[in-house]
Design a protein around this ligand. Structure first.
Ligand SMILES: [Zn+2]
Length: 444
């Protein structure tokens, strides 16, 4: 926390876009194919305009006809069955071979933003139909550029930005929480794991009998929660938990995203744990900012040093260097970058991460902004915190330091969800900042 003047605007969570891919789920097609010719076409429960609307189809949607009756066709679309007026569909000619019909592709996705607008078309200028909350499972009907047309559990159809969706291969309703099984070991703070294979199944149970609820691509970072035999319980960036075979996870503290960490060799980094000593910073939920900042910083330093960086901490314990002291340390060591770690406070509803750079005096503000952007992205992705943005503000320690400098407010200690993360996932915050620094150097 630095100033009371921070704006506690509620904004939606913007995560680093996960690679969005369609999950294929094919089934044998044995009926006649058709295409929707109307712009929108109601899918109804019965062959009557009086029956209830199950959903809407759109022009050029490919459907499968099961049955026909009184000008109505019973169809299957995206695994959903219902009736449409035959007037607005056009049957496709069956190829002379007659045998093969196109396979359908169904994909499912989960909303990873706290609040995601469902719009009438694939543009932010279009009307908002409704807002979807985090972890809502949707059916992806089509993908157009950076937008996906989706159907919500309440059968509303509209467009959302892909960035706020994560792929889900589960063909059933989302599982809110996996069954709690006794874990053979449960670390008090969660660690991170990096997936070292492509298409790693995440299951509901620590067994191949567990249902597959997701598939992770190589180099995905997850939090590890517990270990049971050869299985590790993980938490994904959408906060869903599940079990994976431990041998497909790299869990060393220096495990990292697909970047080369060799970029840190020979670099001098100054890492500043905010506050300290007589200055506790902000406090709530039984935690003080100075302690959180120091814990995260220590964990971060371990990771940076393991990658060959020379790291200087402005404080290594519960002491209070002045802001001038902190700046002097960075400038006198001619540091390559400076990162200051803080946590925020505000009304209970305010939540999320903010990363600051300064362009009023810092001579390397463009670089500072890049570094802030990478750190912000990584925290939002790994911790699932709301993205409150990368901001330009002349906080003392980032203003008077002479290298690319960032001050990060990890989250709000006054918000219950953020506080949970700040309490139990300090290593993951450290990993996120580490990843951000690596990503920054890999873009140089
Ligand atoms: Zn602070």
């Amino acid at each position: 926390m630095l100033k009371k003047s921070l704006i506690y605007s509620v904004c939606c969570s913007a995560m680093l876009s996960p690679l969005f891919a369609n999950a294929s789920h094919s089934f044998a097609a044995t009926h006649e194919q058709a295409t929707v010719t109307a712009n929108t076409l109601n899918l109804r429960s019965n062959p009557s305009t009086k029956s209830s609307i199950l959903g809407k189809l759109h022009k050029n949607n490919k459907i499968e006809i099961k049955n026909e009756k009184n000008g109505w066709s019973q169809i299957i679309y995206q695994n959903k069955q219902g009736w449409v007026s035959s007037t607005y569909i056009k049957k496709e000619k069956v190829k002379s071979t007659g045998a093969t019909l196109a396979q359908k592709t169904i994909s499912y996705a989960v909303v990873i933003a706290n609040k995601l607008n469902l719009r009438t078309s694939s543009s932010t200028n279009s009307k908002v139909i409704t807002s979807l909350v985090k972890n809502t499972k949707v059916t992806v009907l089509s993908v157009k550029g950076s937008w996906s047309q989706v159907r919500t559990p309440s059968n509303q159809v509209g467009w959302v930005a892909n960035t706020y969706l994560t792929e889900s291969k589960s063909a059933s309703k989302p599982v809110d929480s996996s069954p709690q099984l006794p874990a053979t070991s449960k670390p008090s703070t969660s660690n991170i794991g990096i997936v070292n294979t492509s298409g790693l199944n995440v299951r509901t149970l620590p067994s191949t009998n567990g249902k597959v609820i997701a598939s992770l691509s190589k180099n995905t970072t997850v939090s590890t929660l517990a270990v049971n035999g050869n299985w590790t319980q993980i938490k994904m960036s959408n906060n869903q938990t599940g079990w994976v075979a431990s041998r497909y996870l790299i869990t060393s503290p220096t495990a990292q995203v697909p970047f080369s960490s060799s970029v840190l060799k020979g670099k001098t980094l100054v890492i500043d744990a905010g506050h300290g000593g007589k200055d506790p910073g902000t406090s709530a939920n039984g935690m003080s900012e100075k302690d959180i900042a120091l814990d995260v910083t220590k964990s971060l330093v371990k990771r940076l040093e393991a990658s060959g960086a020379k790291v200087i901490m402005t404080r290594e314990g519960n002491t209070y260097p002045t802001l001038e002291d902190r700046v002097d340390i960075a400038n006198q060591h001619d540091a390559d970058i400076f990162v200051s770690v803080h946590v925020n406070s505000g009304p209970p509803s305010a939540a999320g991460t903010e990363s600051y750079y300064d362009s009023s005096k810092n001579p390397q503000s463009a670089e500072g902004k890049m570094l802030a952007t990478e750190i912000q992205k990584q925290i939002n992705t790994l911790l699932g915190t709301a993205n409150r943005g990368v901001r330009d503000k002349g906080f003392y320690v980032i203003k008077y330091t002479e290298m690319p400098s960032v001050l990060v407010e990890l989250g709000f200690v006054t918000n219950s969800e953020d506080a949970k993360k700040l309490s139990s996932q300090r290593n993951l915050f450290a990993q996120a900042i580490y990843n951000g620094i690596i990503a920054y150097y890999n873009k140089q």
